[in-house]
Design a protein around this ligand. Structure first.
Ligand code: NAD
Ligand code: UGA
Length: 463
């Protein structure tokens, strides 16, 4: 039986997944390690509200398990040495250099973990791929591990994570399924069973699916590709709705009632963001190309092309509607995170829309309930579209939405935070320049109410 788990990587996946394993399995000691000292210090902060990741319900889980059987540490070697099972949950970003630049997954952090495990391990270990990886990565990890010199046995499992940010805790408490892939040998099946036993502490057995390792690796990329494809599909239709007078919300409802299509993931938006959809599809495209499957690659690449178009289209529409110039105009952004209930901004549509407006010399004033100035400037500087000084001049950050909208020419809603719906919109209108425009990139505000106040309102996918 597994009684000691180590997880390398204390990020959006490693932190929450291990916190839930620790809470649900008090008999297992779980140590989450990371090279990032600041992040580990935040996980260990005496005030549990200061943990580095904002997820509804997470601080309660951490408060219960931390110090009991959940530990956060920078002592990677020690945790590897003590563990029977090691999860690798490090980042796998898109490569920014060399072969596959801008498409392939950068596996350098994965390889470093494998080499470190190989060096440290003095007894047999089960190594679990928790990060999202290209199909067949397990064989590269195995090659590295099997040439360790320490002579110990490794089993490699694939156990991709399907949680969504903002709902991580509920997703982990009650997953649609847990997927575990492993070798078809008896040793492989044995390792699979050990991980099944961990999850079976709270996940019904019928929801724990076991497969071969390649199916498991590829299923993760496939799941994200299908989800992102639905968003791009409805977004593609949103543009046609705007031209024809159809309403994308009505279309989504009408098709979603077909049980074969289903109602979820059909919200038209300013474009999907987040650290994974784009990265994972680009990775899928790269893998397909590397096997010479060009039609397969082109098919999936279109999901990204459509998403880029949707983000740019939103910015262009603001410019066009504001009489073809936003130069010197103040545009208030409500939201910067890539979705509500998270402080994560990676690949958020807001970044790209802001970048386009800054290039047109607009002043952007941002309010997000969970994202601060430092992160917003970091996100813009990362694009390298202009100097840091210019970004700092062009983008201001407000402490509340009313300040952000004060004297603005227009408001753009970039994230669907619930609080935006509850504002005193009359007060906001009174303090704006006229005509006062609202560009609702999430279709969350009440069009009729806003128009009654006097706003000129534009949502996505309707006239
Ligand atoms: P993240 O960047 O938040 O966290 C990764 C952490 O790993 C960082 O804190 C980094 O310092 C640490 N790290 C990197 N190399 C290390 C090493 N050699 N030793 C110790 N620590 C190291 O990333 P994330 O969002 O948690 O994503 C991790 C993986 O999970 C990715 O492959 C991602 O695709 C996948 N995933 C993410 C989500 C999500 O919602 N964010 C969901 C499912 C799957
Ligand atoms: C997504 C998947 O939903 C998870 O299953 C997966 O584990 C994760 O990626 C991952 O591998 O990282 P996440 O990116 O956290 O989770 O959030 P989603 O809820 O999927 O939203 C992604 C983006 O799509 C957001 O910007 C969201 O606003 C947008 N979206 C989503 C829409 O525009 N419309 C929709 O109908 C749904």
């Amino acid at each position: 039986m597994i009684t000691n788990i180590c997880c390398i990587g204390a990020g959006y996946v490693g932190g929450p997944t291990m916190a839930i394993i620790a809470q649900k399995c008090p008999h297992i000691k779980v140590t989450v390690v990371d090279l990032n000292e600041k992040r580990i210090a935040a996980w260990n902060d005496a005030d549990v509200n200061n943990i580095p990741i904002y997820e509804p319900g997470l601080s309660d889980v951490v408060a219960e398990a931390r110090g009991r059987n959940l530990f956060f540490s920078t002592e990677v070697d020690k945790a590897i040495d003590e563990a029977q099972m090691i999860f690798i949950s490090v980042n796998t970003p898109t490569k920014t250099y060399g072969v596959g630049k801008g498409m392939a997954a950068d596996l350098k952090y994965i390889e470093l973990c494998a080499r470190q495990i190989a060096r440290v391990a003095k007894n047999d270990k089960i190594v679990v791929e928790k990060s999202t990886l290209p199909v067949r990565t397990a064989s590269a990890i195995k090659d590295i591990l099997d040439n360790t010199g320490n002579g110990v046995q490794f089993q490699i499992l694939s156990n991709p994570e399907f949680l969504a940010e903002g709902t991580a805790v509920e997703d982990l408490f009650a997953p649609d399924r847990v997927l575990i892939g492993g070798d078809t040998t008896s040793e492989g099946q044995n390792a699979i069973q050990k991980l099944v036993d961990v999850y079976a502490n709270w996940v019904p057995k019928g929801k724990i699916l076991t497969t071969n390792v390649w199916s498991s690796e590829l299923s993760k990329l496939t799941a994200n590709a299908f989800l992102a494809q639905r968003v791009s599909s409805i977004n593609a239709l949103s543009e046609l709705c705007e031209k024809t007078g159809a309403d994308v919300n009505e279309v989504a409802k009408a098709i979603g009632l077909d049980s074969r299509i289903g109602p979820k993931f059909l919200k038209a938006s300013v474009g999907f963001g987040g650290s994974c959809f784009q990265k994972d599809i680009l990775n899928l495209v790269y893998i397909a190309k590397s096997y010479g499957l060009n039609e397969v690659a082109d098919y999936w690449e279109q999901v990204i092309i459509m998403n880029d178009h949707q983000k740019r289209r939103f910015a262009n529409n603001i410019i066009k509607t504001l009489y073809n110039t936003v130069s010197g105009k103040k545009i208030a952004f409500l939201g910067w995170a890539f979705k509500k209930d998270t402080n994560d901004t990676r690949e958020s549509a807001a970044i790209y829309v802001a970048d386009d407006l800054l290039s047109e010399q607009a002043t952007v004033v941002v309010y997000d309930p969970k994202v601060g100035e430092e992160q917003i400037q970091f996100d813009l500087n990362y694009l390298e579209s202009r100097s840091e000084i210019e970004n700092a001049k062009g983008v201001q950050v407000a402490i509340n939405a009313y300040d952000a909208c004060n004297n603005a020419h227009a408001i753009a809603v970039l994230t669907e935070w619930d609080e935006f719906k509850t504002y005193d919109w009359q007060k906001i209108y009174d303090n704006m320049l006229k005509p006062a425009f609202v560009f609702d990139g999430r279709n969350i505000l009440n069009k009729e109410e806003l128009e009654k106040i006097g706003f000129i309102y534009q949502g996505i996918g309707s006239r």
